[in-house]
Design a protein around this ligand. Structure first.
Ligand code: 0A1
Ligand code: ZN
Length: 883
């Protein structure tokens, strides 16, 4: 941390390194206070570069000596670099460095740190330089041999990347292990673990007949919660080979769970390190959503073995090369695992809902950036929804444009060309296009690549005209895009629009067809259309755009009842609800919901053929955040009041249907985290929430009583927390005793205690009397003995949930929410800048707030930004917010 502006790195300034590091021998004497790192670097000059000093990155570490050929070399420090002005003149030479670091003091959780008495590493993006001096950039790829030495009793398990080549005893109760990774890799994929762990093992045979060992390492006592992670890993290995022909390339593949971790997990070669949240699960401790999260994150990290590790990024601006592609792959994996068409659609709807909740606001806010950013001050700030989720949509559009088989051919060509290299997003797009000459993508590749370069969510307008006489339907598509920071004007995007025409009676008038818009405006003609249709556009959300199709209630009701594309069917329901929410938010009072809408919702709830999971998605109103995003200036309190009012109306109007849905969807079989069971539990939980809401308003004690019983007796966490949420959000008198009960049942299990904090931090803020209660409760929880800001999961469960996911509690007229935010931010920043910078992002959309929130938010931002000792991470986020 330092004063003054951080250095900004620009994509255009990329230059190949002047030195390559081809081989690395590392030796660690692990000690929490002072770890000694000895490194031997086999360096090769880049003949294309001018002779120049060798500058190695290093941060928060101390150098002991630098040698070459048995001689000491002189060096100096320049900012955060170790500069060797006169390295050996040979084309190749060996450099030996000894340095120390202090894992125990490393609260940033980047580099080598301690957690729960063990040693763990996190090197992406720039953590390796916090371990030893190195050319810490992804295009420098080396083969690693790693020796670990540590006290055997305290750290019986010593792991690093690749294969174990030797292990044995040392003096003084110490032991050692030597690991060798045959694949050249950038240093961000390095990892080590030294800890007291146990593991679940399984052997797996790939198609080539080779046997591989899979291992999941956890703390003693957690072994019973590793079954699902292991099953997900096995499924991932099988899937990648079946879908893309990409086999496991290592003898051994390890997953290690750690309690203190900044992100979800990390794809270190052969040694993935995971946040416990994405490994540990049992029916009693994890919800269906947690089980699904584990499957997708285990898949994600495993898939990185090819997309990220075998082919990596040339520089960090290309981050989406590996992240967008790997998110796309994990989404496809989860869809394939889900099974039938309806379960696949449910997954797609959830993914799009996530994109709209996180990425659309990002693209409209202060931190808006292209999928391939142009500059950064702290790269850790660019592990964003844009790089990940929008990046995945860009890959998905490529698949739509070349077809599924064409895309698989493209992936094959990508590996033929680039295996073992560090490449760019352009290289990826080129491979997909080259494998599909004559495709819609190849025909307009340069235009398509604007998706990498231009920030902001494009708007797509669609208007149709039907000529009954000619039986012709003409669709006019128009696109536009708002300016974003640094990009005042935009060129047209390539927008793939999957479209079908539906009859007013629900029949199909024209089957699905791919329309490709690549100019500001284009017309598409459908011939031989028997009657005036309702267009079903952007099916499956075929492009990440905001669609204005001008459809009215009658047409949306038709799509909700009949569209054969489940995504658009759901979307029609959401749009009916959204229109009503927006109208009410902008009106002085909230009126009764109209009968056609309530009837349509009832029809979905009662529908004999629709999946419970799908019903739950349709009957959940658009979130407060999504409503806010539609408005140029929004009042979070008004949005909350209207949405709560609508929920109460739906609770009352559909009361008997909710009761039926609850009973009909109780799962009698033994717990399994399948989409079918999960869907039933989700709908039963929504029904219970609605029943409690109505009961508390009308003074009826039966449903809250049942919910309370369920908190006590539920046989799985999904049911238990669903019942608890129903009591908390309806402000039932039973909420307090139920919370106490839940905490007791948690028995100190960290991930369950996190849920207990998170639920209270998200508690619906009462509208009218009692307003402020949810905020006061969350604030009081800061003092709870179980609370700590040092553990990222715990900090997220209370502080982030309140600031990000509880708008009515957070945005207060008296600005107390913003004061809370500023105080926590300043507390977290010296401990963990990455985490603090995430919290800073809560204010991304402050300019769209209505008064008095807007002025109060600006004041809070300015107050924090004026502090002298902020980290580069936080400074970058605040700087952009105040620009
Ligand atoms: N590459 C990982 C995510 C990750 C990124 C940065 C981290 O530390 C700053 C940790 C993990 C993934 O995509 O899963
Ligand atoms: Zn990733």
């Amino acid at each position: 941390m330092r004063e003054g502006p951080a250095t900004v790195v620009h994509r255009q300034d990329y230059a190949a390194p002047a030195f390559w590091i081809r081989q690395v021998e590392l030796c660690f004497d692990l000690d929490p206070v002072k770890t000694i790192v000895s490194s031997k670097l086999h360096i090769e000059r880049n003949p294309a570069a001018e002779p120049q000093p060798l500058k190695l990155h290093g941060e928060d570490i101390s150098v002991l000596r630098v040698m070459s050929g048995g001689e000491s070399l002189s060096f100096r420090h320049e900012d955060k670099l170790l500069v060797i002005d006169n390295p050996p003149a040979d084309a190749q030479f060996v450099l030996e460095i000894r340095n120390t670091c202090s894992p125990e003091k490393n609260t940033h959780l980047s580099g080598l740190y301690t957690s729960g008495g063990g040693f763990f590493t996190q090197c992406e993006a720039e953590g390796f330089r916090r371990i030893t001096y190195f050319l810490d950039r992804p295009d420098v790829m080396a083969v690693y041999t790693v020796t670990l030495r540590a006290d055997k009793a305290k750290y019986p398990v010593l792991l690093s990347n690749g294969n174990l080549v030797e292990q044995g005893e040392l003096d003084n109760g110490r032991h050692f292990a030597v690991w060798h990774d045959p694949f050249p890799k950038p240093c961000y994929l390095f990892a080590l673990v030294g800890a007291d762990l146990v593991c679940r093992e399984q052997k797996i045979r790939t198609r080539a007949g080779k046997e591989h060992l899979l291992q999941v390492f956890v703390r003693r006592g957690d072994l019973g919660k590793t079954e699902h992670a292991m099953a997900s890993l096995v499924a991932s290995v099988v899937w990648d080979e079946a879908r893309f022909g990409l086999p496991l390339d290592l003898e051994r593949f390890m997953i290690v769970a750690v309690e203190d971790f900044n992100m979800g997990a990390m794809e270190n070669k052969g040694l993935n390190i995971f946040n416990t949240k994405y490994v540990l699960a049992s029916p009693a401790t994890a919800t269906d959503v947690d089980f699904a999260g584990i499957e997708s994150v285990v898949g994600h990290e495993y898939f990185h073995n090819w997309t990220g590790n075998r082919i990596t990024c040339r520089d960090w601006f290309q981050l989406s090369l590996k992240e967008g592609l790997t998110v796309f792959r994990d989404q496809e994996f989860s869809m394939d695992m889900a099974g039938g068409a309806s379960a696949r659609a449910v997954k797609r709807i959830e993914d799009v809902r996530g994109l709209r909740a996180a990425q659309f606001p990002e693209d409209a806010g202060a931190m808006a950036h292209p999928v391939r950013p142009d500059s950064y001050a702290a790269i850790d700030n660019f592990y964003t929804a844009t790089v990940y989720e929008k990046g995945a949509e860009v890959v998905r559009m490529m698949q739509t444009l070349v077809g599924r088989e064409g895309f698989e051919r493209g992936i094959t060509l990508y590996f033929e060309r680039h295996d073992g290299q560090a490449v760019t997003c352009d290289d990826f797009a080129q491979a997909i296009a080259d494998a599909n000459p004559g495709s819609e993508l190849a025909a307009r590749l340069e235009t398509f690549k604007r998706w990498y370069a231009q920030a902001g969510t494009p708007r797509l307008k669609a208007r149709g005209a039907y000529d009954a006489e000619a039986r012709r339907y003409t669709l006019t598509l128009t696109q536009s895009a708002e300016p974003s920071p640094g990009q005042p004007t935009k060129e047209p995007f390539v927008i793939p629009v999957l479209a079908a025409l539906i009859g007013r009676d629900g029949g199909t008038l024209a089957g699905e067809r791919l329309l490709v818009l690549d100019t500001p405006e284009q017309q598409f003609v459908f011939e031989d259309v028997a009657a005036e249709p309702v267009p079903s556009l952007l099916r499956g959300f075929s492009a990440p755009v905001i669609l204005d199709d001008g459809l009215g209630d009658a047409e949306l009701l038709t799509l909700l009842a009949h569209d054969s594309d489940p995504f658009n069917r759901w979307e029609a329901g959401q749009r009916l609800a959204l229109a009503r929410l927006l109208a009410a938010v902008q009106a002085p009072t909230t009126e009764a919901l109209d009968t056609p809408f309530v009837d349509a919702m009832r029809a979905v709830l009662r529908h004999p053929a629709l999946d419970p999971a799908f019903k739950e998605l349709v009957l959940t109103l658009p979130s407060e955040g999504y409503v806010a995003e539609q408005l140029a200036s929004f009042d979070p309190q008004r949005i909350h009041a209207v949405r709560e009012n609508f929920r109460e109306q739906l609770a009352a109007a559909l009361q008997t249907d909710w009761a039926e849905a609850f009973e009909a969807n109780l799962v009698q079989e033994g717990y399994a985290p399948t989409p079918a069971q999960a869907g039933r539990r989700a709908l039963a939980n929504l029904a219970l929430a609605m029943l409690c809401l109505h009961a508390v308003r009308s003074g009826d004690a039966v449903w809250p009583g049942r919910a309370y019983q369920r908190v006590k007796d539920a046989s799985n966490m999904t049911d238990r927390i669903g019942a608890l949420a129903a009591l908390v959000h309806s402000h039932s008198e039973l909420a307090e005793p139920a919370l106490a009960r839940f905490h007791a049942i948690a028995g100190g299990e960290p991930l369950v205690v996190d849920k207990w904090f998170a639920l209270q931090a998200q508690a619906s803020e009462p509208v009218g009397a009692g307003h402020g209660r949810a905020f006061a409760r969350a604030k009081a929880l800061l003092k709870h003995p179980d609370f700590s800001l040092k553990n990222p999961n715990r900090a997220r469960s209370l502080v982030f949930q309140l600031c990000m996911n509880n708008p009515a509690a957070f945005h207060r007229a008296d600005a107390a929410g913003y004061v809370f935010w500023a105080e926590r931010l300043l507390e977290i920043d010296p401990i963990n800048p990455q985490l603090a910078a995430r919290l800073a992002r809560v204010m991304d959309r402050w300019t769209a707030l209505a008064e008095p929130y807007r002025s109060a938010a600006r004041e809070a931002l300015a107050r924090v930004a004026a502090k002298p000792d902020l980290s580069d991470d936080v400074r970058e986020v605040l700087g952009r917010a105040l620009e």
